[in-house]
Design a protein around this ligand. Structure first.
Ligand SMILES: O=C([O-])CC(=O)C(=O)O
Ligand SMILES: [Mg+2]
Length: 542
């Protein structure tokens, strides 16, 4: 590699910096003799130092801050570190630690990353986007901080989420980091605590009416088409209603998707497929009851119904298997407070605000927690599910950890070891009654990086639900019988890159089959994906 940068300029560029790993010849050529310790270390040795320093930190938030700092200095070593042990580092650079980091974003802030675009820049969005130094951007992950994880409206503190999500494109699926742009659209916040916090890093204004917000988002989405014509826009952590409406607004016209609507749906569908393998049933035999009817719930219900329709069911029949329960009780036909996209799941049923009663009456085989309410799956709920089902499927997806509807210990204990369980965050194995259960992590990080890699490699012009259904099937297929036997619905995280390469290859195949690719079709799809994968290795400067 050649670069015009020399001396301190080069050492201060995190993409080019090799810290203590420059060779003697490189030091001479790049004018950095004397500017670093006079050694030539391997990256393995550097990794040892990183691990040692991480070992001295006492909390995951401190480890998060340390790793962000490493990224600010040396991008290659950062990715080398997290890719060396994904099961250990995902919970630090991502959920659940990132939830805590977002809550304190304005307090732990050190260095800018990504872009911050305020609604006050309306009319100038294109010009602002052109300030970004990279010209070939393939993914923008964008939030308005409206609903960050299960934490609610965090405004500008939500800017940590697009940063973390895009790091997973690289760490989990190998999308090269220079093509990724995290973006925070600042339309204000209704979070009074932040509005009062002098260290808050966003506009001190209440959120505008939806029309005003959407017209700002329109300008943004249209500007992206012009400034970054190959870019896919990934929407993340908007409020449920905005998430679904914005997806519908753009999906036919532009290359966009919503991870909370489609990615979470994909990974949950994968878990549902594997739960039926454990039970010896089929998806179409199951009945589903959701706790929560926001973007994740409705997104999953829609994707699940599409998958059932693809298996030969009518849409109406598929929808009749899906029931939902939210803060105002069971969604049923007499409810007058429902949003358009919730109505297909409001069936004829007596009104009830009692979830256990709803379980007893509907007799679901699977309950899905997307409520953000920690502990909502009480002992009564799990016991009712266990009376109705030989193997109740309990998916407690809300996050971070304290928001999970129940813990795996609770699910296994209250069901006497019968539950098939997954959560949205990572939990350790559970030993119960002489058996070891492996609670899977039903998190969209198995899906969005792989779908992203497929889009990147094929330069797909649109993102379809079928791509998420295919990703779900591909992830499900990668869990072997031994793991299924221990109740594990998802592939091990230690091997995440390989899992996502295989998933991306299947999605890429579908992109070519659907005529959405803008690159020539390769003969070997896995090799094609592999040829695009980023490796955390230093360049040799010649
Ligand atoms: O980030 C996660 O872990 C899952 C997710 O998309 C969300 O909760 O909004
Ligand atoms: Mg999200």
């Amino acid at each position: 590699m050649t670069t015009a940068k020399r001396g301190m300029d080069l050492l201060h560029d995190p993409v080019l910096n090799k810290s203590t790993a420059f060779s003697e010849a490189e030091k001479e050529a790049l004018g950095i003799v004397g500017l670093t310790p006079d050694v030539n270390e391997t990256m393995d040795l550097q990794l040892r130092r990183v691990m040692m320093q991480l070992g001295h930190k006492s909390t995951d938030l401190d480890r998060y801050i340390y790793l962000v700092n490493l990224l600010d200095h040396n991008e290659t070593l950062f990715y080398r570190t997290i890719m060396s042990d994904p099961a250990r580092f995902l919970p630090i650079v991502y959920d659940p630690t990132i939830g805590e980091a977002c809550l304190k974003f304005g307090h732990i802030y050190r260095q800018t990353r990504g872009m911050y675009l305020s609604i006050s820049r309306r009319g100038r969005v294109k010009e602002v986007l052109r300030n970004w130094p990279q010209k070939d951007i393939r993914f923008i992950c964008v939030t308005d901080g409206g609903r960050i994880l299960g934490l609610g409206d965090l405004g500008a503190n939500g800017a940590g989420i697009p940063i973390g999500k895009l790091q997973l494109y690289t760490a989990c699926a190998g999308v090269p980091p220079q093509y990724l742009l995290p973006m925070y659209l600042d339309a204000g916040t209704n979070n009074q605590e932040y509005l009062n916090d002098p260290l808050y890093l966003g506009m001190r204004k209440a959120r505008p009416p939806t029309e005003e917000l959407f017209s700002f988002v329109d300008e943004f989405v249209e500007a992206v088409q012009e400034v970054f014509p190959k870019c896919c826009i990934h929407f993340e952590d908007w409020t449920g209603v905005d998430a679904i409406h914005l997806l519908e607004r753009y999906r036919q016209k532009y290359c966009v998707y919503n991870d909370d609507v489609q990615g979470t749906a994909g990974i949950t569908l994968a878990g549902m497929i594997n739960a039926t393998k454990i039970k010896g049933t089929r998806l179409k035999d199951e009945t589903y009851l959701f706790l929560g009817a926001g973007s994740a719930g409705v997104g999953l219900a829609n994707l699940l119904c599409s998958a059932l329709v693809a298996q030969g069911m009518t849409l109406q029949d598929a929808q009749s298997r899906v029931h939902m329960f939210d803060v105002n009780g069971l969604l049923e036909s007499s409810r007058t407070d429902l949003v358009d996209f919730q109505k297909p799941y409001a069936h004829k049923h007596a009104p009830t605000r009692d979830f256990v009663a709803a379980v007893e009456s509907i007799k679901p085989s699977t309950i899905i927690g997307v409520s953000t309410i920690g502990g909502a799956f009480t002992q009564d709920v799990i016991e009712a599910m266990s009376r109705i089902n030989e193997r109740p499927v309990i998916l407690a997806l809300s996050n971070p950890t304290e928001h999970a509807e129940c813990t795996p210990q609770q699910a296994y204990m209250w069901s006497k070891g019968k539950a098939i369980y997954a959560a949205g965050v990572q939990f350790p194995p559970v030993h119960f009654n002489g058996q070891t259960f492996l609670p899977g992590q039903a998190n969209n990080f198995y899906i969005f990086p792989a779908v992203g890699m497929a889009i990147f490699a094929t330069q797909a012009s649109r993102v379809t639900d079928e791509m998420f259904i295919e990703a779900a099937a591909a992830v499900a297929d990668q869990v072997g019988p031994d793991l299924l036997k221990q109740g594990m619905l998802y592939p091990p995280q230690a091997n995440i890159l390989e899992t996502e390469i295989q998933t991306a290859a299947r999605v890429a195949q579908l992109v070519f089959d659907s005529g959405l690719a803008r690159t020539p079709r390769p003969s070997d799809m896995v090799a094609f994906i592999r040829s695009h994968v980023y490796k955390p290795e230093y360049p040799l400067f010649a």
